[in-house]
Every structure is written in C-alpha cells, then in structure tokens.
Design a protein around this ligand. Sequence first.
Ligand SMILES: Cc1cc2nc3c(=O)[nH]c(=O)nc-3n(C[C@H](O)[C@H](O)[C@H](O)COP(=O)(O)O)c2cc1C
Length: 222
Amino acid sequence: MTTLLHIDASARSDRSLSRKLSKAFVDTWLERDKLARVITRDVGHNPPPFVTEAWIAAVFTPEAQMTAEKREQIRLSDELIDEIDRADVIVIGTPMYNYGMPAALKSWFDKVIRIGKTFTFDLGRGDYPLEPIMSGKKLIILSCRGEFGFGPGGVRETMNHLETHIQTCAHYLGVNETHVIAIDYQEFGDARHEASIADAFDAVPVLVGQLIGERHNLRAPA
Ligand SMILES: Cc1cc2nc3c(=O)[nH]c(=O)nc-3n(C[C@H](O)[C@H](O)[C@H](O)COP(=O)(O)O)c2cc1C
C-alpha cells in the first residue's frame, strides 16, 4: 500500500494553480490505485511557526533531561516528521515566491529536518557529516510561477531557487527521486500561460502512470 503525503503551500485557496495541480496529481493517483492512502498537510493555510531559541534548545536536549515544556515545544515537529515517516511519496504543491519557496514551506522544512530524527551528524564522516536516516521516498514538486524560463537553459535558470532548494532539503527526508511539473507565465495571463497549464495537467496522468507502474513492477514476482 502506498501512502502519499500531500502538502500545499500556496497562501491562495480556490484561485491557486499549484493547489489545483497537486489535487489533480493526488486524485489521479487515487483513481488508479484504490489502496493508496493520503495524509494532507496544508502549510499554506496553517504555516508551522518559525524556529525559536526555545525550540532549538528542546531539539538538542537529551531524552533523559526532557521536560513537559520542552516536549510541547517539539510536539508539532514530531507530528510532521511522523507524517513523512509514513509516506512513500511526498507531493508538494507550491508557488514560487521571490524566486524561492514560500516562507510557510521553508518553516515546514525547518521543523522536519531534525538531528537524531531525520538525519545523523558525525564528524567522523569528514566534510559531509550529515546523513539522512530515512530513504526510498519519492518527491513530486507541482509548482506555479508568474514568470517563465526557470528550466535548464531557460532565461531565468539561475534565478530558480524553488525546486533546487526543495530538492536539496528533501534529501535529508529520505528522498532519492524527484519529479517536477510546473506552470509558468501566470503573471502574463496570455496564450503561453494557457498552453503551460494544459501541458502541466497533461503531464500529471503520465507521471502518475509511470510511478504506479514502477511500484507494481517492483512488487511483481521474479
Ligand atoms: C508574494 C509573491 C511573490 C512572488 N514571486 C514570484 C517570483 O519571484 N517569480 C515568479 O515567477 N512569480 C512570482 N510570484 C507569482 C506566483 O508564483 C504566481 O502567482 C503563482 O500562480 C502563485 O501560485 P498559486 O497560483 O498556487 O497561488 C509571486 C507571487 C506572490 C504572491
């Protein structure tokens, strides 16, 4: 049984294109895989609070010295990490805000990439002391951008800190494979935008089919 963790990061509701795209992905998956389960986490509408000094102190407190107050500090972080632990596929619907991810989504990453829970830290590993604890997860980024040209070779390739940043962080959540579908030109609202929407929604069933096929192939008897 496959578990999807469906995250939305747009501040918008019905008008959000990234929400429509992530919904299309999850709905398509559920149509084709009746046994799949979905966990939803709406960080766009309910952003996790920013990291505080008290939260950092609680995270670095050894188990034997934990207090009720410190446990309360990390309760949401524990809950969010548990959702990732249960997920095989992490589906993130997100806008590009100021060439990167929305602060709400960054706040989610800050709460889930946690020492001893999602990564270990060992200076014995030399220049790369961090290692993820989880593995084998797939990440699907369904994004929407007002401008265009953020892909490889595009006019704004070097300005794309959205998918690149998400992908770098997701490594520490056990993600080994990433797929991106994006809508562009939202701020132009012209024929290019309409074509980009159509292309993105056409790409969704293709990607879902590919991923579900892969999972079934993995389970097929030798
Ligand atoms: C605060 C804010 C910042 C934005 N920054 C960018 C940007 O840097 N680059 C870009 O291409 N579009 C930018 N946009 C446009 C959004 O990416 C676009 O409106 C997108 O459709 C929003 O996603 P949504 O439809 O899921 O809400 C920004 C929009 C907002 C509200």
